[in-house]
Design a protein around this ligand. Structure first.
Ligand code: FAD
Length: 474
């Protein structure tokens, strides 16, 4: 049996894996390999939380492979050299992989494909991360979409149902090769285990992904459209790190949710599929506008009067010490679990970009380092959307009031109390704006900031003024 290397990156699963499937169907012996090459990701090499996740996900994948009689081979980059050497050592004839859409990933993969083919190897990439690849939908004029709703209409029309593929229960043993390499040797897991708390909330790997999907379908789908904005409830799927690392195929998620559709839950199913659609949209934008990872999609904002980054303010925001409880609760949830509820992501991002007037990249980079689901497409879209600088963005002058948002989406203040237990003794309205009763705040939580870093009305006004100055200039 000739060998095919299966080069794994952000597709850490066995089922519904088009590259594995193609290898089996073509009669190859698949040799799964992970090459650690962070330098090839450029400025957006994975952050600490994603690396911690990746370490566990790779270990889970190796376990699944070993249970089937195979195993994961691990190498250090550069990718091309590692693949060429391994191909020579195992007499592999082919290298298959799942396509990536990040700017650095696309460049790297194209060069690797050319070089491997020039060496006479069969090098092929597969469509395994999205429902609709970025070039498969376009406006009537042939341009990329910049607005979600028309994109979503076109994307739904282009979605093709894919039949599930179950990886074989027994795999042929891998070809003899010098050394399987060591996952631990890659240094992915943090040296200081600051991530220990994450694993009370998450199980990385394909089994964890399937369990999360099952839990969502059984327990939360029936009220998703109503509960998805409530950080105090377990109302969402919590699938983002699993999708980020390709531990489950998006079409499998969509199919299982669709299969649970009933007359009663149709609007919840539709609302959920639409969120998966935002992920597709984010990748569409990333592929067509790769510069947006660090530049405004809307160039008018290049002249915007961002405040100079101030270490003290940024530190307070990062570590949940702004004095605005919903913001601080979100930042602490992020630090302790590697994840933050979507509504709260919007609130903390808005406070940073509007009230503190910090450039969205300051926030995007912190999220990049601390989110287990840090995803260049979704993170870029999310930050540019909130900042008002991106595609289909909320207008800059729409400025979230964090206290009002908290009252609306965390009505009993339970989310705030969960992450800021020092404020739990306060009655509900005060949990959202404790500075309005400074004496009580001092009594209950003397260490909590007595007032917000930047007051809500004052910050809003300064942001609006900056926006007006920009509008007058461009
Ligand atoms: P659900 O509500 O259960 O949604 C299911 C899936 O749909 C998600 O797992 C995700 O893959 C996708 N999805 C949902 N909402 C969005 C969205 N707004 N944009 C794109 N895809 C979406 N998501 C990431 O995966 N990685 C990021 O780095 C990231 N950064 C963000 C930064 C900001 C400032 C904002 C506002 C949002 C960001 N998001 C990011 C989007 C969103 O917050 C998360 O996808 C969501 O909270 C994940 O939780 P869930 O799986 O329970 O979501």
């Amino acid at each position: 049996m000739p060998t095919a290397l299966i080069w794994l990156r952000d597709d850490l699963r066995l089922d519904d894996h088009p590259a594995f499937r193609a290898a089996f169907e073509a009669g190859y012996l698949p040799l799964p390999v992970y090459v650690h090459a962070p330098e090839e990701e450029g400025a957006w090499a994975a952050g600490a939380a994603s690396n911690a996740w990746r370490a566990r996900s790779l270990a889970a994948l190796d376990g699944e492979l070993r249970a089937r009689g195979s195993r994961l081979t691990v190498r250090r980059g550069p990718s091309l050299a590692a693949l060429e050497t391994l191909a020579a050592q195992t007499q592999a004839e082919a290298v298959f992989w799942t396509r990536r859409y990040t700017p650095a990933g696309e460049t790297c993969d194209a060069a690797v494909k050319r070089a491997l083919r020039a060496r006479g190897l069969r090098a092929e990439s597969f469509d395994g991360a999205l429902q609709v690849e970025p070039w498969n939908v376009a406006t009537r004029g042939g341009d990329p979409y910049r607005v979600f709703t028309p994109f979503w209409k076109a994307a739904q029309a282009a979605w093709r149902a894919r039949s599930p593929w179950h990886a074989p229960a027994r795999w042929p043993p891998p070809p003899p090769e010098p050394d399987a390499g060591s996952l631990a040797g890659l240094g992915l897991a943090p040296r200081r285990p600051w991530d220990a708390g994450f694993w009370n909330h998450w199980v990385a790997g394909e089994r964890g992904a399937r369990a999360a999907l099952r839990r969502f379908v059984e327990q939360a789908l029936a009220r998703y459209a109503d509960a998805r904005d409530r950080p105090d409830l377990a109302g969402t799927a919590r699938l983002s790190p699993h999708l980020r690392f390709g531990e489950i195929a998006p079409w499998r998620v969509a199919a299982e949710v669709e299969a649970a559709r009933t007359g009663a839950n149709a609007r919840h199913v539709d609302a959920f599929l639409r969120q998966l659609g935002w992920r597709e949209f984010a990748y569409h934008l990333l592929h067509h506008f790769p510069h947006t990872v660090d530049r405004n999609l809307d160039p008018r904002f290049d002249a915007f009067d961002w405040a100079a980054p101030e270490a003290g303010l940024l530190e307070a925001w990062r570590h949940g010490r702004t004095g605005v409880p919903i913001v601080d609760a979100g930042m602490r949830e992020l630090w302790h679990t590697g994840w933050m509820h979507n509504r709260v992501r919007m609130i903390v991002a808005s406070y940073l970009c509007k009230h503190l007037r910090m450039h969205w990249l300051e926030g995007a980079r912190w999220f990049w380092d601390t989110l287990v689901d840090a995803d260049l497409a979704n993170n870029t879209l999310g930050w540019q959307w909130v900042a008002g600088t991106g595609a289909d963005a909320a207008p800059y002058f729409r400025i979230f009031n964090p206290a009002t948002q908290a009252a609306k989406f965390d009505p009993q203040g339970e989310y705030v109390a969960r992450w800021l237990p020092e404020l739990a003794p306060l009655p509900v309205p005060l949990r959202f704006a404790p500075w309005t009763d400074p004496a009580r705040l001092r009594r209950v939580a003397p260490a909590y900031p007595s007032r917000p870093l930047v007051g809500l009305a004052e910050g809003r006004q300064a942001a609006l003024d900056a926006f007006r100055r920009l509008a007058a200039r461009v």
